[in-house]
Design a protein around this ligand. Structure first.
Ligand code: PGA
Length: 252
């Protein structure tokens, strides 16, 4: 059986003291649990948080990354720089990157390949707009995001990839997909992985759900066979709201 994975995406929140304090609280609260956990602070606090997470069971993630290697790319942060300060994984293709920063599937694919080449794990986000859901193209949109996002990824490299299905209409809105709605899409995502990478790879890859997941709905969502964890935004900003979701992930 696949073990679960709970990741916190802090987005553009927190100040340095708050980031350090939250990281310390999480290290303490999760230290006795044998699960897979990750937090992704804003870039400028990564180094400070890295010091706190050293030797803990919480992975350090970045929220985005450049598609290119070091060089003349003003304002960008490379995979090598992230590795250098202890980052282990990177969230790519988040809908806020796709829609606020006009990131295309092609650009996201370049970032995925760049991350893998530099030894970072990836959480690749996919998901549909509400307008796409109501016209019934959710699964097609997700399939395209997977096929384009993972183009050129080998079967060996796939073991470093986690998919996060995040219906965009559920992000930060308090409107969660029902466990059945999420499960239906996530099962179809696994089928797509199977068609591209084979049945064994499809059975192994972790597919997280994201979109207003919290301590009250986590149990039901995590009980679905194709929901292997959560990518948590709002509820990851406080230990009281994030730790219970991490604990839920251990019992499913
Ligand atoms: P949310 O965000 O939990 O605040 O809905 C999830 C995400 O964007 O990853």
């Amino acid at each position: 059986m696949r073990s679960k994975y709970v990741a916190g995406n802090w987005k553009m929140n927190m100040d340095k003291a708050g980031a350090v304090a939250l990281a310390k609280d999480l290290v303490e609260a999760l230290k006795d649990f044998d699960g897979k956990f990750m937090i992704a602070p804003p870039y400028v606090y990564l180094d400070a948080v890295a010091q706190i997470l050293k030797g803990s069971n919480i992975l350090l993630g970045a929220q985005d990354m450049a598609a290119t290697d070091n060089g003349a790319h003003t304002g960008a942060v490379s995979a090598k720089m992230l590795k250098d300060i202890g980052v282990q994984t990177v969230i790519l293709g988040h809908s806020e990157r796709r829609y606020e920063f006009y990131e295309s599937n092609r650009l996201i694919n370049r970032k995925v390949l760049q991350a893998l080449e530099n030894g970072l794990e990836v959480v690749l986000c996919i998901g549909e707009l509400f307008s796409q859901r109501i016209v019934g193209v959710t699964e097609d949109v997700c399939e395209l995001q997977i096929r384009d996002g993972l183009a050129g990824v080998s079967n060996d490299q796939l073991s470093k990839i986690t998919i996060a299905y995040e219906p965009i209409w559920a992000i930060g809105t308090g409107k969660t997909a029902t466990p059945e709605e999420a499960e239906k899409v996530q099962a179809s995502v696994r089928e797509v992985i199977g068609r591209i990478f084979g049945k064994e790879a499809a059975g192994e890859i972790k597919i997280l759900y994201g979109g207003s997941m919290n301590a009250s709905n986590a149990d039901e969502l995590l009980a679905q066979p194709d929901i292997d964890g959560g990518l948590i935004g709002g509820a990851s900003l406080k230990a009281e709201t994030f730790v219970p979701i991490c604990k839920s992930s251990l019992t499913k």
